[in-house]
Design a protein around this ligand. Structure first.
Ligand code: TYD
Length: 409
C-alpha cells in the first residue's frame, strides 16, 4: 500500500490486479452487526476503497463472506414512506411503459419484505417472484402473500426459473460479490424482449457530495456509468437508458435489455451521462485524489461543531441507526459521551447498540427533548423531520453538500 496501490486482490469485474487506492478508512466493525450489550466483543476489518484503471470499477479491498453480512438483515424497506412512494411510482411507470398485464412475469432480486412487488400484485400482475437471501425479511414478504425465494441470486438459480418480462434489481448490485455471475443470471432469466431495471448509488454523489458514510462492508462495489456499461456489455446485455435519480443520496437508474440491431438513441441519457463522466475524469484515478482530503475536512468540521455544542451544555442525539450512521459515528470516533442515544423505528434495532460507537438505539417515542439532532439517516431527512414537528432545536446534516433532492450538472 505504500506506493498507493492495492495488490492483494483482483478487480471483481475485470480481474485486473493493479488496483489503486482511493481512501483508507481504517479498521471498523460490520455496520449492520448491532450489539446486544455495549460490552459485546467485535471483529474489525480494514475498510479501503480501490479504483480499477482497466474497467473504472471502485470497490472495497476486503470481502467479508456474504453469509456473515446478509443472512439476517435488519433493514425492512417498508419502514420508510420515502421508499414506499419511490417503489409505487416506479411500478406505475413500468406497468405503463412495458404494457404489462395479467400474463406478464415480474421478478425482483433482493426483494426485501415485498414492499415493491405488492404494488404489482395490487395492479393485477400476480405472476411475481421475489428473491432475497435474508430469511427474516423474506418471511415477512411471504406472510403478506408475496411469493419469495430465500436464496442468493446467481446464474445457477436463474437457469432453474422461468423467464421474466421485467427484472428489478434495486440497490443490490453493490452488495453482490460475483458481479459477472449475477448479471449473467439476469441475462439468462430475461425474455428476449424483456427489460431489467437496475438502481445503484452513483459514485459521483459519493465523491462530489462527500458521502464516505455510504462506504461499508456490505457495499462491495461503487458504480460509475462507465463501469456499469462494461459490466452489462461483458455479460451480453446493454444499457438502453440511464437517468440520475435522488434516492439514497443520489443514484442511477438503468434500463437494461438484450442487444438490439439498433443502437439506443442519445435521448435515452446514456451517452450524455457517460460523456460527462469522461469530461470529469471519473474513469481515471485523478478524479478520486481529492476525495480523502474532502472527507478529512468534512469530518474535522463536523466533529468540531458537535464538540463545541457539547461544551455549551447542549444535549445531542442522532437519528437513524442506518449503516451510514454507524460509519459516520465511527469515523468521527464519537460515543455516548457526546451522542446520548440514536433514534430508529426498526424493531430489530431498538434496544441494541451501534457497532463500534456502542450508542444505544431507542424508538421514536423516546425522542425526548434534545437540543440538536444529527441526521445520520440524512437521505430520509424530510421524512424524519416531518415526524417530529414539535422539535424546536437544530437538525444537523453531516455536511452542507448533502442535499438529497439536489440536481447537479
Ligand atoms: P438507510 O439509509 O435506508 O440504510 P443504510 O443502512 O443502507 O444506510 O437506513 C435508514 C435508517 O433510518 C433505518 O434504520 C430506518 C431509519 N428510519 C427511521 O428510524 N425513521 C424514519 O422515518 C426513516 C425514514 C428511517
Amino acid at each position: 500500500m505504500a506506493n498507493g496501490k492495492e495488490n492483494e486482490m483482483k478487480c471483481r469485474l475485470c480481474g485486473e490486479t493493479d488496483l489503486q487506492l482511493v481512501i483508507d478508512l481504517g479498521k471498523l466493525p460490520l455496520s449492520n452487526s448491532f450489539l446486544v450489550s455495549p460490552h459485546d466483543p467485535e471483529e474489525l476489518y480494514p475498510l479501503r476503497l480501490v479504483f480499477c484503471p482497466e474497467c473504472s470499477l471502485v470497490q472495497i479491498s476486503e470481502t467479508v463472506p456474504p453469509e456473515k453480512l446478509f443472512s439476517h438483515y435488519n433493514y425492512f424497506s417498508s419502514m420508510s414512506q420515502t421508499m414506499g412512494a419511490h417503489a409505487k411510482d416506479l411500478v406505475g411507470k413500468t406497468i405503463a411503459s412495458r404494457k404489462l398485464d395479467e400474463h406478464s412475469r415480474v421478478v425482483e432480486l433482493a426483494s426485501n419484505d415485498g414492499y415493491l412487488l405488492q404494488y404489482f400484485q395490487q395492479a393485477g400482475i400476480t405472476n411475481v417472484l421475489g428473491i432475497d437471501p435474508a430469511r427474516n425479511v423474506a418471511q415477512v414478504a411471504i406472510d403478506k402473500g408475496v411469493p419469495t425465494l430465500c436464496e442468493f441470486f446467481n446464474e445457477q438459480l436463474a437457469e432453474t426459473l422461468p423467464k421474466a418480462d421485467v427484472i428489478l434489481a434495486l440497490n443490490v448490485l453493490g452488495h453482490v460479490p460475483d458481479l459477472n455471475g449475477f448479471v449473467r443470471g439476469i441475462q439468462k432469466m430475461l425474455k428476449s424482449n424483456g427489460m431489467a431495471i437496475v438502481e445503484v448509488p452513483y459514485i459521483r454523489n459519493l465523491v462530489e457530495c462527500c458521502e464516505p458514510d455510504t462506504v461499508y462492508f456490505e457495499h462491495f462495489s461503487y458504480f460509475s456509468l462507465t463501469s456499469l456499461i462494461n459490466l452489462f456489455k461483458w455479460n451480453g446485455l446493454i444499457v438502453a437508458r440511464a437517468k440520475k435519480i435522488d434516492i439514497h443520496g443520489g443514484s442511477l437508474r438503468l434500463w437494461i435489455t438484450h442487444p438490439t440491431p439498433f443502437p439506443p438513441h442519445d435521448r435515452y441519457g446514456v451517452e450524455g451521462l457517460r460523456e460527462r463522466e469522461v469530461q470529469l475524469g471519473v474513469n481515471r484515478i485523478e478524479y478520486y485524489r481529492w476525495f480523502p482530503v474532502q472527507v478529512d475536512e468534512m469530518l474535522r468540521a463536523l466533529k468540531a461543531k458537535l464538540l463545541a455544542l457539547k461544551a455549551q451544555g447542549k444535549q445531542i442525539i442522532a437519528y437513524g441507526a442506518a449503516a451510514k450512521g454507524v460509519q459516520l459515528l465511527n469515523y468521527l470516533k464519537m460515543d455516548s459521551s457526546v451522542i446520548d442515544y440514536v433514534v430508529d423505528s426498526t424493531p430489530a434495532k431498538i434496544g441494541r447498540y451501534l457497532p463500534g460507537s456502542r450508542i444505544k438505539i431507542v424508538p421514536p417515542e423516546q425522542f425526548g427533548n434534545p437540543d440538536c439532532v444529527l441526521l445520520t439517516a440524512w437521505n430520509f431527512s424530510a421524512e424524519i423531520e416531518s415526524k417530529h414537528p414539535e422539535f424546536r432545536g437544530e437538525w444537523i446534516m453531516p455536511n452542507e453538500k448533502l442535499q438529497p433532492t439536489m440536481e447537479y450538472a
